[in-house]
Design a protein around this ligand. Structure first.
Ligand code: PLP
Length: 455
């Protein structure tokens, strides 16, 4: 059976973010089963999934309550849309629940099928908002280099990933990118310890990155900029945790020029940083918040945009019909699973446990990897973390690119039973929020062994 699947996969299946030809030569790992924080492949290997699938299986695999919510809803009403004036209970209840857990000023949601669609939606909403306010020239969106906001044309244009921009253009016009607050990669080495919140040079770097936004606003003209979009902690770019100075300075710049704040919570939302949303961790008051992934713990595809009162009131009162929507906006089965997922996160105090227990525990264990000879930095916040691989610890010199040290380490991890992700030579974790202390210990031990072998 496995051989037949491999043959069919090679013959017919184009995988996302994959070199199709190389896949044809190497073949895929076939995942057959999962429970808790573990996945199992067709060769009988059990792997600790330190990526929660793709940053999404927040409650872990195999939750019966989510399966029941899906099957009951499939029986009751497997599909109906929310277009025009129809709706159904799962979409309405989920919208109300999201308004309850979101920051107080966010009381509306527009559902989508994914995070990419959420970012397309927010782009149209932000520009529409300013048009309705009589400022149609406020169109520019400022995003960040190396950000990831999805793979639709708007999503990848908002994202700052050069290899994506180079394929299948042109990009959506009116989007510009500024530097990312990546202290390890782009900070001014030598001025102080790495990623130390109290270190004045890291804090100055955070403020410099915010100043780059102000400079771009002035370049474009302050009356031409609609919004700034960023992830609270950059996920796919490399689990980039900004210096503490960054977000307060960004907030001040946006307030000064009356520019909407869009916080992409597709990864950080639903507990990853130990708060319902990354915006709450950093005390942000976003105007628009794209969400997806952890909304349903990845069990079914669903996303959305949470809309702050300022934008929602304008769209509702002055907007007329919004010509936008997806067949699966607020899909009843996906919404029923998402609602149950949020109830479990709440009832089991999962997010509080990340904040009070699991996040600090991971931080203490993860930090021990910083002592490894090929680790230049080990950082984490809540349950997201990264290791920076270096050839020379003191000078922070990277390995020669041709060695692809990150990919090598990732492959060794898999051989040893651990799924980590590599972004260049940055190794990432984003485990399910239900991971235990013992499983964190096992993850760190496996990572250390893989580092030894990579070195
Ligand atoms: N935004 C962020 C921050 C993401 O990490 C992702 C996916 O990884 C997306 C948007 C796109 O979400 P999706 O893959 O559901 O379209």
């Amino acid at each position: 059976m496995t051989d037949e699947l491999t043959r069919l996969d090679r013959a017919h299946h184009l995988h996302p973010f994959t070199d199709f030809k190389a896949l044809g030569e190497e073949g895929s790992r076939i995942i057959v089963h999962a429970e808790g924080v573990y996945i199992h492949d067709s060769e009988g290997r059990r792997l600790l999934d330190a990526m929660a699938g793709l940053w999404c299986v927040n409650l872990g695999y195999g939750r019966e309550e989510l399966i029941t919510a899906a099957t009951e809803q499939l029986r009751e009403l497997p599909y109906y849309n929310n277009f025009f004036k129809s709706t159904h209970a799962p979409a309405v209840k989920l919208a109300a629940k999201l308004s309850e857990i979101a920051p107080a000023h966010m009381n509306h949601v527009f559902f989508t099928g994914s995070g990419s669609e959420a970012n397309d939606t927010m782009l149209r909403m932000a520009r529409r908002y300013w048009a309705l306010k009589g400022k149609p020239e406020k169109q520019w969106i400022i995003a960040r280099e190396n950000a990831y906001h999805g793979s639709t044309v708007a999503g990848m244009s908002l994202g700052g990933m050069a290899p994506m921009h180079e394929q299948g253009g042109p990009l959506v016009p009116g989007i510009t990118h500024v530097r990312q607050p990546y202290w390890f990669g782009e900070g001014r080495f030598g001025e102080g310890p790495l990623n130390d919140a109290a270190d004045p040079s890291a804090q100055a770097f955070g403020r410099d990155c915010a100043a780059a936004i102000e400079a771009r606003i002035l370049e474009l003209g302050e009356d031409k900029v609609a919004a700034f979009i960023a992830e609270p902690v950059q996920g796919a770019g490399g689990a980039i945790i900004p210096p503490e100075s960054y977000w307060p300075a960004v907030k001040a710049v946006l307030a000064k020029y009356d520019i909407l704040l869009v916080v992409d919570e597709v990864i950080c939302g639903f507990g990853r940083l130990g708060a319902w949303f990354g915006s709450m961790h950093y005390d942000l008051a976003p105007d628009l918040m794209p969400i997806a992934k952890g909304l349903s713990s990845g069990y079914l595809p669903i996303g959305g945009v949470l809309v702050g009162d300022r934008v929602a009131d304008t769209l509702i009162e002055e907007g007329g019909e919004f010509f936008h929507g997806f067949t699966y906006s607020g899909h009843p089965v996906c919404a029923a699973v998402a609602l149950k997922n949020l109830e479990i996160l709440q009832d089991e105090r999962v997010i509080e446990r990340v904040r009070e227990d699991l996040g600090p525990y991971l931080a203490s264990r993860w930090a021990t990897l910083a002592e490894h000879p090929i680790v230049g930095e080990a950082r984490s916040l809540g349950l997201i973390g990264a290791l920076e691989l270096v050839a020379d610890k003191a000078g922070r010199a990277r390995f020669d690119k041709s060695l692809a040290a990150g990919n090598l380490c990732r492959d060794i991890c898999i051989e040893r039973g651990l799924v980590m992700r590599s972004v260049g030579d940055t190794m990432i974790i984003s485990p399910p929020l239900v991971i235990t202390h013992a499983q964190i210990d096992a993850m760190v031990d496996l990572a250390r062994d893989a580092l030894d072998e990579t070195a």
